[in-house]
Write a protein that binds this ligand. Structure first.
Ligand code: HEM
Length: 414
């Protein structure tokens, strides 16, 4: 097989690259255009290989054993050593098996009435609101409630306390991991301890009466030893990290796209009249994730040399997978929101908004269920209208969300 040496920006200290990385939203796109779909640069002390595109990402995901999960130090410490996100090989697989039980089809069936009740609450709040409602914020509350109440089975007081600490924890995710007193990182590490303590209390009380935590009983580690509650609590913290902003973002971006493209909304509405499953809804959600992927990227580290799209990547490289779209600006059709492309055979790329391979999103089926039920619930009962004059551009970090909060007014459909 022919191979190409790894193209490099030639950055030595990485200082200028780091400033550009944080200051210039087209940082990766510009470099991909210059160097191709696989290139390396330096962000301060870290040498990092960026990759994009079906070919390179496909090669990466199919060589799972040659790679391990990798996170920046701040994320690693906030998630903890036991978290499956920070483990590889048999220890990772064993925990995926255990946590995966929370997302089996029978577990999802168990959650459905509770998710529907939460959607009913959102619908009624929207109808009763005297002024415009920021839909993005409402979707965040919903996505958090699905994990905290529906999956973990927390009561309202515990859920609110968990939310407060979780917000403190989130603020330091991509900060400098020095726990000097008063820094966001130190506050987040303290919040982490409180979060774990609360999650352990919930684990002790688990039964079949609420949530799905009873499904975790009998979970074994890689040596066949039962997982203790310290270990399980870190896996639950990961679910909040992985499942909340991502799902909230896809919901907000879905409604934003439908409000901006009424002809697509009408097309979808006609299909939804036939109930779920709806191929048009699935295509619309995929199109939202193509243009505004909730997870813009993720990392790996190579344990041995690997070839990605024909480019040699050395052992011990940190690799950042870029999922954000980087189509050329003149490709007008690809820039357009056109869900029909996923049904008429005109779009041939494989999209991977949930990743793939050994670390494919564990909560994919839950996220898809939440999105389908929410779309059906809201669109079948409400006519939504955008409040004019708001800033609908997207803030991209941590996950895309409309800057104005997506202010809407709702009317009942009779
Ligand atoms: C639209 C919503 C979501 C999107 C787009 C999404 C996307 C992703 C992606 C791209 C990864 C792979 C990261 C990697 O390869 O390193 C991932 C991993 C993961 N996701 Fe999701 N996710 C979503 C919702 C959820 C939900 C609702 C949960 C659970 C409540 C969840 C739990 C996880 C977990 C635990 C992992 C780590 C898997 C591992 O490392 O083995 N995600 N997700």
């Amino acid at each position: 097989m022919t191979s190409t040496p790894l193209p490099s920006t030639g950055a030595v200290t990485g200082l200028k690259e780091t400033l550009d990385f944080f200051g210039d939203p087209s940082f990766t796109q510009q470099r991909f255009e210059q160097y191709g779909d696989v290139f390396e640069t330096r962000l301060l002390a870290q040498r990092i290989v960026f990759i994009r595109g079906e070919h390179a990402i496909g090669d990466l995901l199919s060589q799972g054993d040659a790679l391990e999960g990798w996170w920046p130090e701040s994320v690693r410490q906030l998630l903890g050593n036991r978290s499956l996100a920070n483990r590889s090989g048999p220890a990772h697989r064993a925990r995926r098996r255990v946590v995966g039980q929370l997302f089996s089809s029978s577990a999802l069936e168990r959650y459905t009435p509770s998710i529907k009740a939460l959607i009913e609450e959102v619908t009624n709040d929207l109808l009763e609101a005297a002024t415009a409602t920021p839909l993005a914020e409402r979707m965040r509350r919903f996505a958090f409630a699905v994990i905290a109440s529906t999956v973990l089975g927390l009561d309202e007081a515990n859920r609110d306390a968990l939310f407060e600490d979780f917000e403190i924890w989130t603020r330091a995710l991509f900060s400098i991991p020095v726990a000097l007193p008063g820094t966001p990182f130190a506050k987040a590490m303290a919040a982490r301890q409180r979060l774990l303590k609360r999650l352990k209390t919930v684990l002790v009380k688990r039964d079949q009466s609420s949530g799905g935590l009873d499904l975790l009983s009998d979970g074994l580690d890689e040596a066949g030893i039962p997982l203790d509650d310290d270990d399980l609590a870190e896996q639950l913290l990961l679910l909040l990290f992985a499942g909340y902003e991502t799902t909230a973002s896809s919901l907000s971006c879905l409604f934003r796209a439908l409000l901006l493209n009424p002809e697509v909304a009408n097309w979808l509405q006609a299909d939804l009249a036939g109930g779920l499953p709806s191929p048009c809804l699935d295509a619309t959600v995929l199109e939202v994730m193509r243009l505004t992927p909730p997870v813009g990227g993720f990392f790996r580290r190579s344990l041995r040399p690997v070839q990605l799209a024909g480019v040699d990547v050395p052992e011990n490289s940190v690799i950042q997978v870029v999922l954000s779209p980087s189509h050329p600006v003149d490709a007008t059709d690809l820039a357009a929101f056109r869900p029909q492309r996923h049904l008429d055979g005109s779009f041939e790329q494989t999209l991977l908004p949930f990743g793939g391979g050994q670390r494919v999103c564990l909560g994919k089926a839950l996220a898809q269920l939440e999105i389908r039920l929410m779309a059906m619930g809201l669109l079948s009962r409400l006519k939504l209208e955008l409040l004019p004059g708001q800033d609908l551009s997207l803030q991209l970090i941590p996950s895309p969300t409309p800057r104005s909060g997506l202010l809407v007014q709702a009317q009942a459909i009779h």
